[in-house]
Design a protein around this ligand. Structure first.
Ligand code: SAH
Length: 351
């Protein structure tokens, strides 16, 4: 039997009928499924129905937690989720004072080819479905719920994959994620990160589920961006910033630009000045992060002093910015790194 989360309302009704249950049981079942509840905990359903479903091999979610790793340093928990077809994707749960943020993958692999990113080394294997993405959130929520508190309060689409290259499934996922009937996560607590597919950014601005937008810029001009991000051959930095500005105007949500500092590539004071000029007049925010070293890529993060000089220069020029901490670096926190190590170790992930 397919995981229940993948069934439509009509299919749930048919399932209930198969077990001689009235249609309202299908509605109850649907409510539980959206919350990721296990069948044995669906206590408002008749026990006989629950047992019959379990005996038929029914499961709620379409992913299984294959392995978890917990960072000793900061409590960041990394998940390897197994999909129905045997593929493995990552999710990372980060703990903050305001709640727990789950970083979700949107594709197995990625087609974007960014030179510093481990997710894209073998290209895109396939898109994830909305049900698979929702299943990851529900599984992590269940795993981290404590004392009646939600296990996941915030979601960021920043795992492996380019969310806007899987637009229809990502939008379907966002709708279900934010639905009152389901996990009911506020869209203010959901962020989507993109390398900047401009038409899709504009389309997303018109969706009722439009989340907070984060744009991976990583360069102040086209020449530098082309050396690290192939997508820069399709859109100029000006086009990317224009699309982000359109998103801001349409949704009234402040856009964030991600800028990973890479030693000797994009980290000079001159780069900071160019970046500030590019963003002038646009009330946005820049997140600076030291590149997490990916050995396969031969690129290094900038040192702490260079990061500070870059940040100070932006601040001096009036560009709002913060230097982000790197969480979970002891457990391969950066995109795609854990999955790669897991697969290359033949599924054991030795430490
Ligand atoms: N495809 C989307 C989302 C996935 S990547 C995007 O491009 O935004 C999430 C963020 O991690 C992006 O900003 C990406 O550029 C960044 N990233 C990827 N590899 C990294 C690394 N090794 N160190 C630091 N940031 C990295």
């Amino acid at each position: 039997m397919r995981p229940l989360i993948e069934l439509t309302e009509k299919e749930l009704e048919a399932l209930a009928a198969e077990y001689s249950q009235p249609p309202f049981r299908a509605k109850q079942l649907g409510g539980y499924i959206l919350k990721g509840t296990e069948i044995s905990d669906m206590t408002s359903l008749p026990k006989a129905f629950r047992e019959a479903l379990e005996n038929a091999g029914a499961v709620t979610l379409s992913v299984r937690v294959e392995k978890t790793f917990e960072s000793a340093a900061d409590g960041t928990r990394k998940y390897l989720f197994a999909l129905g077809d045997g593929n493995i994707v990552e999710g990372v749960l980060m703990r903050y004072s305001y709640g727990n943020t789950l970083c979700v993958s949107t594709q197995v692999g990625c087609a974007m080819g960014c030179r510093f990113c481990a997710s894209t080394l073998e290209g895109k294997i396939r898109d994830l479905t909305a049900s698979e993405m929702l299943s990851m959130v529900a599984a992590a929520d269940r795993d981290n719920a404590r004392d009646g508190k939600r296990g996941v309060t915030n979601v960021v689409l920043m795992g492996s994959g380019e969310p806007l290259d899987n637009y229809a499934q990502v939008v379907a996922f966002l709708r279900r994620l934010c639905s009152d009937k389901g996990l009911g996560i506020s869209r203010r607590n959901v962020s989507l990160s993109t390398c900047g597919l401009c038409e899709k950014i504009r389309a997303l601005a018109g969706e009722d589920c439009a989340p907070v937008l984060t744009v991976s810029l990583h360069a102040p001009d086209d020449d530098i961006r082309r050396t690290i991000m192939p997508i820069a051959n399709r859109y100029t930095v000006k086009e990317v910033v224009d699309a982000a500005e359109y998103y801001f105007k349409k949704t009234s949500r402040r856009v964030i630009f991600e800028y990973s500092l890479i030693r000797g590539v994009n980290d000079t004071k001159d780069c900071a000045r160019k970046l500030s000029a590019l963003l002038r007049g646009f009330p946005c925010h820049v997140n600076l992060i030291r590149l997490n070293r990916v050995p396969e890529r031969g690129l290094e993060g900038s040192d702490a002093h260079t990061v500070k000089v870059f940040s100070d220069e932006l601040t001096r020029l009036g560009t709002s910015n913060t230097v982000r901490r790197t969480l979970g670096s002891d457990i391969d926190g950066a995109c795609g790194q854990l999955r790669r190590r897991y697969l290359s170790d033949g599924g054991s992930c030795r430490d």
